[in-house]
Every structure is written in C-alpha cells, then in structure tokens.
Design a protein around this ligand. Sequence first.
Ligand code: SAM
Length: 320
Amino acid sequence: MQKNKEKNTIKNFTNKIICGDATETLKKIPDASVDTVFVDPPFNLKKKYANSDDKKSSEEYLEWCYSWIDECVRVLKPSGTLFLHNIPKWLVYFANHLNEKKMFFRHWISWEAMGAPLGTTLLASHYGILYYTKDEKKHKFYNLRIPHKRCRVCKEIQADYGGKKISMHPFGTVLTDVWTDLHRIRHVNRRDKHPNQLPEPLLERLLLMTTEVNDVVLDPLVGAGTTALAAKRLGRQYIGIDNSQEYVKLTNEKLAEIKVEKSNGYVYQYNKKGQTKTSVNKNFAKEHTIRDDDIVIDKKKLKDEKGSLYYDFEMKKTKK
Ligand SMILES: C[S@@+](CC[C@H](N)C(=O)[O-])C[C@H]1O[C@@H](n2cnc3c(N)ncnc32)[C@H](O)[C@@H]1O
C-alpha cells in the first residue's frame, strides 16, 4: 500500500492519462473511489506493444493480471462495476479469481470477432467481457436497446416476433449478452499506431449501461485511449494508465479533439485523422438511451415499418 495514499483524493487522478506501470499507479488511487473499471490487457499472444512484452509464461501472465485485478477491485466503489476483456482462455481464470474475491458475476458478454482458422480447432469467433459488480444489488444498470434487424435492401424488419410485430418496441430489442453489431477495427488505415485498438461504440455501450454523467471511469491499460475517449464524450470523468509514452501522447491528442456530448451513437471514430464510418443511424443512441423515462408508443405508427418511426415517440417520466 502506498505511503502517501491518505493524501490522495480521486481528483488528483481524474481526467488524466498517466504514464506508468498499471499496478504501481493503481496502488496510489484511493479505495472505493471509482464507478466503473474496464480493462483490456495484452492477451499474451506475442503482440508488439511500444513498451511491454506480450509473451509471459501462463503463470507469470496470470500473476501479473491478478496484481492489477486486485487493485481494480479495491478502488471500485461499493456500487462499482468491473469489466474484463480477453480471450476465453484467460477469462475463466479471471472469473475464478473474482469469485474468490466475492465479487458478483453478472454476465459473460460475448462480442463477436472472427479470428483466423488455426487448423484442428474450432474457429475462435468471439472475445469475452466479464461483467462483475462489487455488490449484488447496489450497482448501477441502465437498460439499453439496439435497433431491430432490418433487411439492408428493403429496410423491412426481419424478425416476425411470433406474428406480433405490432407489440415490438420502437427503440429496438433489449440488449442481449451476445453482441454481433459492433465490429473490430481491422483496416490499418482506420486505426491508430497501436496493435489492439477497440472500437469506441463498444466502450460507449458499456459506459451507458453502468454509469451516469460525472461518474469516474478507469482503464489501467488504456492503450490508444478508447475508454477515455468514450468516457469524455459521454460526460464521464476518466482515468487512463499506460506504460508507453507514445500511447499516452496519442490518447491525449485524441482527447483534445473530443467534445462532450450525450453520445456518439454508433459512429465509429477510427482515428485522430477523423475517419469515420456509420454502421447504424448516428442519432440512434442519442435517441435510444433509456434512462428514467418511459416511452409512450402510438401503436398506429408501429404499423408503418419505415425507419422514421423510431423518431416518432413521446417521452414521459416514469411514475415511481
Ligand atoms: C490491449 S492494449 C489496450 C488497448 C485499448 N483497450 C484500446 O482500445 O486502445 C493493452 C495496453 O497495455 C499497456 N501495458 C502493458 N503492460 C503494461 C503495464 N505493466 N503497465 C501499464 N500499461 C501496460 C500496453 O502498452 C497496451 O497499450
């Protein structure tokens, strides 16, 4: 435990990208001060990072991961959420470790990401995101919806909902734990100079699900800065840590360009040159982030399956 920890308040760390070792820097952060932690460590797959190796023995790798996982659990508020992103091989160990630490398992989110065929194995086609909370009941959770799947050509909604399309929700279906609508940034021209940059909509979704404006979001292995960018855009406070000066500089340059707004929707912001690609209507998430409001649906409008129906709704405060 850090000698001067008592002097530290969380304000000393927020809205900064700190260049340093993850575990050592985490040790300086006060107990129970962070709302949501997201960590996407190197997967021990021999990738080339600017200032760290990615080829440890299994024992060394797990020992290293547990060193920052334990600190992440410590800094989480009692109402806090922890997300760990990795390949299933490592997540099963992480889950076991977190269960032993009496954290509460909520979900294994499967994020579809097609790998390369490796021979006599199943073709790996998802990353996992372990979703744990510190408290079984007192955690923040906001229901999000994603658009109903539509035919790309005729724009008709594909699912029949058992013949009950009339009852479908105009904002889309409830989010499941299998995510197939967010995509890896594969093209080298669309990514920053970093071997493993996640798409911002992935982080935006996780943060919208578990945080409110001004909440503190921490990523101790922040890489090209995706978590911090999503947090800033959504009006959350961020703390990023990385041991590479190069990635810290890159993240700070991108952060300087980000304006605080409610949501970026599903617009992929590929890199600091501003290359973007819209995968779904960019206003979608702005309109479809359901918080304390109920939606009053004009059922007659649901007969019309055109995209425009998504914007024809009225928000009313939920009666508590
Ligand atoms: C998989 S990348 C994170 C990518 C990030 N999620 C993004 O979207 O850009 C992991 C990061 O951990 C950093 N890293 C590795 N070992 C570290 C350590 N001991 N302390 C701090 N950072 C470290 C690497 O520099 C790398 O940027």
